[in-house]
Write a protein that binds this ligand. Structure first.
Ligand code: HDE
Length: 712
């Protein structure tokens, strides 16, 4: 489609091409070359004069190697610096949405659109830990046949601020403090809470940040939201407001704050590793895409403004309707090339999806392209493999840093006659901006319809189960407890909480040892009913798929019983691992069998598992009961409300940890305390034991234990 005149079509072998081909062949065969394709025979010693003489500048290989290394780092993302990515596909369930949108990838049954998803934390640097208290990014690039569509969302459905001009303030407040760059990847510090206490529009999202949503057990177990109200546009140009929701098949599950802090030391890559290993093991995570649709005539029917990104549309008012599913089934090959260089942009839309005047979204449409220009070093980043559309690209944009395309012809302008008028303007399947009538005065003022910062925070708080509400209070107490007591910030925040809910304010104040102001709930008239959809307890399918189970064992273990339970769990998709006092090899079973060891108890920790099992075998159980790590392992699992199973003499270890008093049998199949025990052993181990473990593990944690769990 580009110009025909002078296009380099040449039958003679091009020597340059020959060189390139040779270099490629050499690289394919694994020969070491310079960037110019020259083979080198030595890369371990630089060129010097004699054995002990100076290094020579003419060693072009050494200089090229070190120069390239010196330039390896690119600026990290100013937010969402730490992430993990994966490829997969999206497919719609049917075509019913075609009435509302011209976007074919959402409405063509059977069409699988490739995707790349990047999950991230927001506040920390690239090297920070995964399990910090933070929002998670959930950004999806759909490589549709009509061009790339990016849904750049988060795992919370709301955002901290209403107008993009506040974004630098918010991010400066939450990032490490500028004088000493402390703390890394943490919101528990003066500047964030100073900002929160003075900027009440943050209160609803802060409530989410204090909730379990900020501590996902896995990227595979969190929801995603487009956050803004977007607009679907039909073939005939009719607009419909839409909110996008991703719902994970595995349910929405979280870590416990104490676990998060320990995992940050034991395995800072916990969430990254989890995603990578699940995909590598063929346990491909899956989400359902759902939409909430609001006809244009209903734009003003709610007590909140659809353009206000600090508000949700409660699912009880507008249900979420499933549209299709997304499966992630391939890990990247190179973190930098793919996960680091991927560039998302809210303005990457395709025909059928458009924006609204949400003042946060409008800013994002400017900011993402702007930031890519500096982060990826120029205007050609769309040519990087991970960003390249599958749709054909033709235009008159030329040159710039990192240009990869060699476009022939003499014309790079529109309109032209010399290039045959190419690229031509299409008249079908084109993106046409939605025609919206807009009028008003030029003002710098927040809309009155954005004023209620309290009633949805109240709805969230009142929709929580007792356990979840307890976590929220504890989170406020932890975070504010790290804020200087003399600053007045704690009091100001509690004062804002009192405008949400008096009881919440009082509970937090009690934890902080300050007095709570009297409840002064604002906007009670807007207070929606509690929304059960906001609680995440017992969400999703009842499955133990990909749940990690530690089996603690030593020489003399009941290998027959161990293998029986492990196989049953593995058959259901769980990941059992045998942990022993040595990190490898095998241990001797009591029946003369031998059991392979996967890992060492001291290199792992219960916080890295979802459940713990202790098989019988008196020698094994006695040895473990004398080992501080093993005792701590089960005690900590108990504290973190995890399923614990023990059979035969395995109960000795539970007794050593103070979990059971004696060797009495538990109430199989599922003890409501999540401790499943059986006196049986070997081939006699009843199926009810495993069934009890599975039933308990399906609930993620044993919440009933919350009040009884003793500190490990
Ligand atoms: Fe972002 N955001 N953001 N953001 N955001 C970036 O873009 C920005 C907002 C989100 O995995 C940056 O390439 C502004 C809301 C995700 O690569 C930057 C505003 C939501 C990612 C930027 C917002 C998000 C980013 C940093 C307020 C949820 C990571 C590097 C107006 C709906 C994407 C980059 C990835 C990244 C700007 C608010 C989600 C600076 C100005 C709301 C998931 O452009």
């Amino acid at each position: 489609m580009t110009g025909t005149r002078g296009t380099a079509v040449n039958d003679r072998p091009d020597p340059k091409q020959q060189q390139l081909d040779d270099a490629r062949v050499a690289a394919d065969r694994g020969f070491l070359t310079t960037q110019q394709g020259v083979r080198v025979d030595h890369t371990d010693d630089a060129l010097t004069v004699g054995d002990r003489g100076p290094t020579l500048l003419e060693d072009f290989h050494a200089r090229e190697k070190i120069t390239h290394f010196d330039h390896e780092r690119i600026p990290e993302r100013v937010v969402h610096a730490r992430g993990a990515g994966a490829y997969g596909f999206f497919e719609p369930y049917g075509n019913w949405l075609a009435e509302y949108t011209a976007a074919k990838f959402l409405t063509t049954p059977g069409r699988r659109t490739p995707v790349f998803v990047r999950f991230s934390t927001v506040a920390g640097s690239r090297g920070s830990a995964d399990t910090v208290r933070d929002v998670r990014g959930f950004a999806t690039k759909f490589y549709t046949d009509e061009g790339n569509y990016d849904l750049v969302g988060n795992n919370f459905p709301v955002f901290f601020i209403q107008d993009g001009i506040k974004f630098p303030d918010l991010v400066h407040a939450v990032k490490p403090e500028p004088d000493n760059e402390i703390p890394q990847a943490a919101s528990a510090h003066d500047t964030l809470w100073d900002f929160v206490s003075l900027q009440p529009e943050t209160l609803h999202t802060i409530m989410w940040l204090m909730s379990d949503r900020a501590l996902p057990r896995s990227y595979r177990m969190m929801q995603g939201f487009g956050v803004h109200t977007f607009r679907l546009v039909s073939e005939s140009g009719q607009g419909t407001f839409v909110k996008f929701h991703w719902t994970p098949r595995l349910g929405v599950h979280s870590l416990i704050w104490d676990e998060c802090q320990k995992i940050a030391g034991k395995d800072p890559d916990f969430n990254r590793r989890d995603l990578w290993e699940a995909i590598a093991a063929g346990q491909h995570p899956e989400w359902e895409l759902g939409v909430q649709l609001v006809p244009e005539r209903d734009e003003f029917k709610f007590s909140f403004d659809l353009l206000d990104a600090t508000k949700i549309i409660p699912e009880e008012l507008v249900p979420v309707t499933p549209v299709g599913r997304m499966v992630l089934n391939r890990n990247p090959e190179n973190f930098f090339a793919e996960t680091e260089q991927v560039a998302f942009h809210t303005a990457n839309v395709v025909p059928g999806i458009d924006f609204t005047n949400d003042p946060l979204l409008q800013f994002r449409n400017f900011s993402y392209l702007d930031t890519q220009l500096i982060r990826l070093g120029g205007p050609n980043f769309a040519q990087l493999p991970v960003n390249r559309p599958v749709a054909e690209v033709h235009n008159n944009q030329r040159d710039g840093y990192g240009q990869q395309r060699i476009v022939g012809g003499t014309t790079s302008y529109h309109k032209n006659s010399l290039g045959g008028g190419c690229p031509a303007i299409a008249n079908a399947d084109v993106f046409r901006h939605y025609t919206e009538r807009v009028e008003g005065h030029t003002i710098r003022r927040r809309a009155e319809s954005f004023a209620d910062h309290y009633s949805q925070a109240r709805m969230f708080w009142r929709s929580m189960s007792e356990v979840e509400a307890g976590h929220i209070v504890a989170a406020y107490a932890f975070e504010l407890g790290k804020v200087g007591a003399e600053t007045g910030i704690r009091e100001r925040v509690v004062g804002e909480l009192a405008k949400i809910d008096g009881e919440l304010a009082e509970q937090v104040a009690t934890e902080l040892g300050i007095s709570a102001p009297a409840a002064a709930e604002l906007f009670p008239e807007n207070s929606p009913n509690p929304s059960p959809a906001l609680s995440q307890l017992d969400s999703g399918e009842q499955t133990i798929m990909s749940r990690r189970v530690a089996i603690l064992a030593a020489d003399g273990v009941d290998g027959v019983g161990l293998t029986r339970v492990a196989e049953a769990l593995r058959d259901l998709g769980a990941v059992p691992e045998v942990l022993s006092l040595r990190a490898g090899g095998s241990i001797a079973g009591v029946d003369g069998d031998s059991v392979p060891v996967d890992r060492g108890i001291t290199t792992m920790a219960s916080v890295l598992y979802d459940a713990v099992l202790v098989p019988g075998g008196s020698a094994s159980a006695e040895r473990l009961s004398r080992d501080g790590y093993a005792v701590h392992f089960v005690a900590e699992a108990y504290k973190h409300l995890k399923t614990i199973g023990a059979f035969g003499d395995g109960m000795l270890l539970l007794r050593a940890a103070g979990i059971v008093a004696g060797l009495a049998e538990g109430t199989a199949p599922a003890d409501e305390n999540g401790v499943i025990t059986s006196m049986a052993a070997g081939a006699g181990l009843p199926e009810a034991f495993t069934a009890g473990v599975v039933a308990s593990l399906q609930h993620h944690r044993c919440w009933a234990r919350t009040t009884t769990a003793v500190p490990a």
